[in-house]
Write a protein that binds this ligand. Structure first.
Ligand SMILES: Cc1cc2nc3c(=O)[nH]c(=O)nc-3n(C[C@H](O)[C@H](O)[C@H](O)COP(=O)(O)OP(=O)(O)OC[C@H]3O[C@@H](n4cnc5c(N)ncnc54)[C@H](O)[C@@H]3O)c2cc1C
Length: 461
């Protein structure tokens, strides 16, 4: 039986990044991925000759080449991937659209500062104070205790309408909590979206995944696709290896799992306690048109739409909550590599409701989601007169089917294990439930957990 230094479960962004770090330092590493395609929540597929990304709206944390101290620069350095290879193009600008007013922001933080000053003049000084707090906060300290971001921000921002608007993109792009988020997570997301900003790699997420795969293989790592882990084998409180879906056993000195904390503990035998899964899931509709949004004068890259002064970031009682949405226009980055117009529309959704539907109703309801996405696009941009060429809709149930995440919970559990420890000595987690989310966050998580537990044995924890 082969004995590995480390087995990594899952070839998403975090698992691949962790694998590269360990293989680079000559560990014998194997990544086991249940699906035939790597990427996890951020994978890709092809339909009728069209290339679709599962998760990518935009990469957060934009940095210019060589910009010091930026998460993106640090992670590329750790993975030894040249910046140019990502071929990033920047967003035009994005907009938070609430009923009475909106706020635009771009990769230049001055735009948001000007917008706040113009639309909420009495909050100008408070916003500056909030920026000071954010810039000086040690958001990546693994020992930060969870605390309510809204409670802390309310001490500074005294206009609830501004507070709701500022939280909207941060919640939907990274909070496992309903209607609030952990303050450290708030700071990470605030910096990554408002101070650093959005970009898109040329050809989408394929570019990122291919770079990670190439580097992992060059470093000597082993990857087994179509290889699910059924069980993490634990003897006397120590992991000895894993048992695959096929029954094959693999031995390992350490296991790093990227599949989620509850999901990991549920396959650790004997089963161990784990926090519950979060409630937040989504539908994603991808619409292909015969015209590009820019042809109708639409320049925004992402719109965070909400039809109320309060943003209801919570599991709805119905299949979807159509009161709010994210609309992403992948054509509206500096470089457009698509032949057709594309709009992606995300709605907050309820996993249980989707999961209970019989097949015919399920398919019918997917059409309803598509129609709601089209109706919202037409409401916001009546001048965008187009023909729909192709569409796809995926639901919370699809997310669970393809990634194994319980409840279709894209942002995992509400209680993160920031130090990656599980209570079992040589079993660690990385990725979503370690607490760093999104493409850049997940890769940073993989790197930091590999460095801490794989290369330094956690002495610095
Ligand atoms: C609709 C949608 C839109 C998104 N938009 C963006 C965006 O615009 N920008 C952004 O930065 N982020 C976005 N994200 C979030 C981002 O995709 C995730 O935060 C990130 O990819 C998580 O990576 P991960 O490695 O932690 O986990 P995952 O990607 O979930 O990786 C876990 C892997 O483990 C595998 N696995 C599970 N169980 C087993 C098992 N038992 N055995 C073997 N393998 C197993 C899964 O198949 C999966 O490949 C989006 C996500 C979704 C769903």
């Amino acid at each position: 039986m082969t004995q590995y230094d480390t087995v990594i479960i899952g070839a998403g962004m975090s698992g691949l990044a962790a694998g590269i770090r360990l293989a680079m330092f000559d560990q014998k590493v194997c990544i086991l991925e249940r699906h035939k395609v790597p990427g996890g929540l951020n994978s890709y597929y092809e339909r009728q000759g069209r290339k679709l990304d599962v998760g990518l709206h935009a990469m957060t944390n934009f940095a210019l080449r060589g910009e010091r101290g930026r998460p993106l620069t640090k992670l590329l350095k750790q993975l030894r991937i040249p910046y140019e290879k990502l071929e990033l193009s920047q967003q035009n600008f994005s907009r938070i659209a609430f009923p009475e007013r909106d706020l635009s922001f771009s990769n230049d933080p001055r735009l948001l500062m000007e917008e706040v000053e113009k639309k909420f003049p009495d909050q100008k000084d408070n916003f500056t104070r909030l920026l000071d707090l954010i810039i000086n906060f040690d958001d990546v300290n693994l020992h930060n205790k969870a605390e309510s971001a809204k409670a802390k921000v309310r001490e500074i921002i005294t206009d609830e309408r501004l507070l709701e608007m500022l939280f909207c993109p941060l919640l939907i792009y990274g909070s496992a909590w309903e209607n609030d988020m952990d303050f450290s997570q708030f700071v990470i997301m605030f910096k990554s979206i408002y101070l650093e900003g959005f970009s898109r790699p040329q050809n989408g997420v394929r570019t990122v995944i291919n770079l990670l795969l190439e580097k992992y293989k060059q470093s000597g790592g082993e990857l087994r696709l179509g290889t699910g882990v059924k069980n993490i084998d634990v003897e006397n409180g120590v992991v000895t290896g894993v048992t695959l879906d096929s029954g094959e056993k693999i031995r390992a000195n350490k296991v790093i799992s990227s599949i989620g904390l509850p999901e990991t503990m549920n396959i650790a035998s004997p089963k161990a306690d784990a926090p519950v899964t979060g409630n937040m899931s989504f539908t994603e509709t991808i619409l292909f048109f015969d015209k590009k949004p820019a042809d109708a004068g639409i320049r925004e890259t992402i719109i965070f739409y909400n039809d109320d002064e309060k943003y209801h970031y919570q599991r709805p009682q119905t299949l979807c909550d159509y009161r709010s949405a994210v609309l992403c226009f992948p054509n509206n980055f500096g470089h457009d590599d698509y032949d057709e117009g594309i709009i992606r529309v995300t709605f907050i959704a309820n996993f249980d409701q989707w999961n209970e539907l019989e097949r015919p109703t399920y398919l019918q309801m997917k059409k309803e989601v598509r129609d709601q996405a089209l109706a919202l696009t037409a409401k916001l941009f009546p001048q965008f007169q187009v023909n729909l060429l192709y569409h796809d809709v995926f639901t919370p149930k699809t997310i669970t089917r393809y990634t194994g995440h319980y409840q279709g919970a894209v942002y995992g559990t509400t209680q993160k294990a920031r130090d990656g420890r599980t209570g079992i000595r040589n079993l660690f987690i990385c990725g979503t439930d370690q607490g760093f989310l999104g493409i850049v966050g997940a890769m940073l998580s993989g790197i930091s957990m590999a460095n801490l537990h794989g290369l330094m044995n956690g002495e610095s924890a």
